[in-house]
Design a protein around this ligand. Structure first.
Ligand SMILES: Cc1cc2nc3c(=O)[nH]c(=O)nc-3n(C[C@H](O)[C@H](O)[C@H](O)COP(=O)(O)OP(=O)(O)OC[C@H]3O[C@@H](n4cnc5c(N)ncnc54)[C@H](O)[C@@H]3O)c2cc1C
Length: 618
């Protein structure tokens, strides 16, 4: 297990990508003892790297180019022509190897929106998703000292089934003074639990994907693979790069195809360049993530025929919205110098401090390395704008919904309808304060766009301000038939004007929080955006020049009806294809106001159930 396949072979289920969703669904399918499952993963198993398993080292793993696909965007018109990087884990465990382990959920109304967009399908509502959110979790109640440090929780919304729960969820062992101060400075009310489906307008200590017994990261490898790696029907190949899906070539091809396409195998390349394939008996499941999944489909001939022909790929099935509808959260900051006694900066600035903290963590799992420190505050529209400003922004957005939907649809009228339907939902949630357009969270150390070498070597307090409800939609497509070439990725950040307006306002709010009691007692002057940036225009300009991806890309294989530009149906099957499901963040039809990892696991758990149900009908 975990090595190279000795040759071509046949499996019931072939899973492309052993990341967050890929390992989750493969593991659940391997519970069906009469089924064989293989996972094909490009990266390797790096669970034993300290940068991966020590919670306080979050952020360092993504700097390893070997662990990060680091997808580059094309120059972004509304970011003054800058290119940006969308990070994504390149390892067994995918992005759960390098992510920040923040593990909340979004507002229940936003999950209900998935059903609304899909002809009111009851399979995709908060109520029908909650059992799967609970199923995936193995929650550890916070200790008395964690509760005294401000952790609030509602056990009913968590999963505690020791036999079936998988992702270990817990809380940090170390609490920075400034995080506690920020809870008061934010002005938000305390959240009873950031996973309860009503986080908007509240602040709280985020649950983490963390093994509370050992105080180590719980990635999808820890949750879904390591404990089950000796199952004879569960095989994982690492270091293999999938090129394409192989189809049964009976029937017609191209736009005139009427019979559903059937996958018969998957072609991959080994690290030493050998091209091999595996055969599939039942289904192929694509879980390569929001950027790589549409690429694999396009290289397999499924996508927009014109785009495929231009790239030199032979079209097999015309599905013009593959790779469209891309949405991403956008990350911005405000930060200030601080006289707080402990910040994360000390890990870099003071070798003795770092050594002490390492000793503490290895000795009894305490100290700053025992925490991936995130307290989240979810601002609603009325926290950001006055009623008059809000009225004007909403009016302008509502008046122009059809215009922007068409603009972002790449000429596809079905997708324009789908995007416009998304906008109508967003506007209605805005009006009812059922959606947090911006998340603000405190980082007890430097967070911002300036490299260590280029900034003063001081201690900082930062507020991350993340745009959570983008209306801009972009796309990712191949422009070559060579699998080794990267796609052309255009998230079209800020191409909807509301996005820039909201995000700039969020950054301003974060900036003012740094000077609000009691945080003002540790404030030693602003570093970024910079005290000289006082007008709305100068802050807006700084925002355009500095923001980056929050690595929460979704939507490129959207679960929407076909006449709204969808790529997969509500059982996650690709339209026009018999036996390929998409199971990862790419199916999320509309961005949610939350860190998305728990939602991706929930999708995988639901998909496993769909497959179980469908196979029992055969
Ligand atoms: C730096 C960073 C920080 C984040 N922080 C948080 C956070 O704190 N909380 C949160 O909720 N979310 C966070 N996220 C987002 C979240 O982790 C991801 O959205 C989610 O894990 C994506 O899951 P996925 O299954 O769609 O894709 P992934 O987990 O990325 O899995 C895709 C897998 O497919 C593999 N793959 C790709 N192409 C091929 C190919 N051709 N052949 C074979 N294998 C291939 C990849 O190597 C990878 O293993 C973060 C993401 C990043 C990158």
């Amino acid at each position: 297990f975990g090595g190279y396949d000795s040759g071509d072979s046949t499996y019931d289920y072939v899973v492309i990508g052993g990341g967050t969703a890929g390992l989750a669904i493969a593991s659940r399918l391997s519970e069906l003892l009469n089924s064989t499952v293989i996972v094909l993963e490009a990266g390797s198993n790096v669970e034993r790297l300290p940068e991966v398993f020590i919670p306080g080292l979050v952020g360092t793993g993504q700097a390893f180019t070997t662990l990060n696909w680091g997808y580059k965007t094309i120059p972004q018109e509304h970011l003054n022509g800058r290119t940006t990087t969308i990070n994504a884990g390149k390892a067994l465990g995918g992005s759960t190897i390098i992510n920040s382990m923040i593990f909340p959920r979004a507002e229940k109304e936003q999950y209900d929106a998935w059903g609304t967009l899909n002809d009111d399908d009851p399979q995709w509502t908060w109520d029908s998703m909650l059992p799967f959110f609970r199923k995936l979790e193995l929650f550890t109640r916070p200790t008395e000292s964690q509760v005294l440090s401000g952790v609030l929780f509602d056990e009913h919304v968590h999963g505690t089934d020791v036999d079936h729960g998988r992702v270990k969820v817990g809380y940090p062992n170390y609490f920075y003074d400034q995080s506690k101060m920020w809870h008061n400075a934010s002005g938000f009310s305390p959240s009873p639990d950031l996973s309860n489906g009503s986080p908007q307008g509240t602040v709280g200590v985020a649950p983490n994907s963390l093994d509370a017994q050992n105080n180590t990261r719980c990635s999808s490898v820890c949750a879904y693979y390591t404990p089950f790696s000796n199952r004879p029907n569960f095989r994982v190949l690492t270091g293999v790069f999938v090129n394409r899906i192989l189809w049964s070539m009976t029937g017609t091809t191209g736009a005139t195809r009427t019979d559903p396409l059937k996958a018969i195998g998957v072609e991959y390349r080994t690290e030493n360049g050998l091209v091999r394939h595996v055969n599939v008996r039942k289904e192929v499941i694509v879980s390569a993530g929001t950027i790589a999944t549409p690429k694999i489909l396009e290289l397999s001939g499924v996508g927009n025929t014109t785009i495929l022909k231009n790239a030199g790929v032979t079209p097999i099935l015309d599905l013009p919205t593959v790779g469209e509808n891309l949405a991403d959260h956008v990350h911005g900051w405000a930060n200030a110098f601080t006289n707080a006694s402990v910040t994360r900066d000390l890990l870099t600035l003071d070798p003795r401090f770092k050594e002490e903290q390492q000793d503490l963590w290895f000795h009894n799992r305490s100290g700053v390395l025992s925490a991936a420190p995130r307290s989240l505050g979810l601002a609603v529209a009325s926290d950001l704008f006055t009623p008059v400003q809000l009225e004007q922004l909403m009016q302008h957005t509502e008046d122009n919904m059809a215009h922007y939907a068409l603009l972002f649809s790449n000429g596809n009228l079905n997708l324009a309808k789908g995007i416009e339907a998304q906008y109508a939902i967003v506007m209605s949630l805005w009006k009812r304060d059922k959606l947090a357009p911006v998340e603000l969270n405190l980082e007890p150390g430097y967070a911002g766009p300036t490299a260590f070498e280029d900034r003063p070597h001081e201690k900082y307090t930062s507020i991350n301000a993340v745009l959570f409800s983008p209306l801009s939609r972009g796309r990712t497509h191949v422009n070559s038939s060579n699998p080794a070439d990267t796609s052309v990725i255009d998230p079209a950040y800020y191409s909807h004007p509301l996005d820039l307006a909201i995000h700039t306002r969020g950054i301003q709010l974060g900036r003012s929080m740094l000077q609000t009691p009691p945080l003002d007692t540790i404030y030693q002057g602003e570093y970024e955006p910079g005290p000289e940036k006082t007008s709305a225009t100068t802050v807006e300009e700084w925002t355009k020049n500095s923001v980056s991806s929050d690595n929460h890309v979704v939507g490129t294989m959207a679960m929407l009806p076909a006449d709204m530009g969808g790529v997969v149906d509500t059982r996650l099957k690709i339209y026009g294809v018999q036996n390929v499901r998409i199971v990862d963040a790419s199916i999320i039809p509309i961005p949610i106001s939350a860190h998305i990892c728990s939602t991706v696991y929930m999708i995988a758990e639901k998909a496993a159930e769909f497959i179980r149900e469908d196979s029992s009908l055969q």
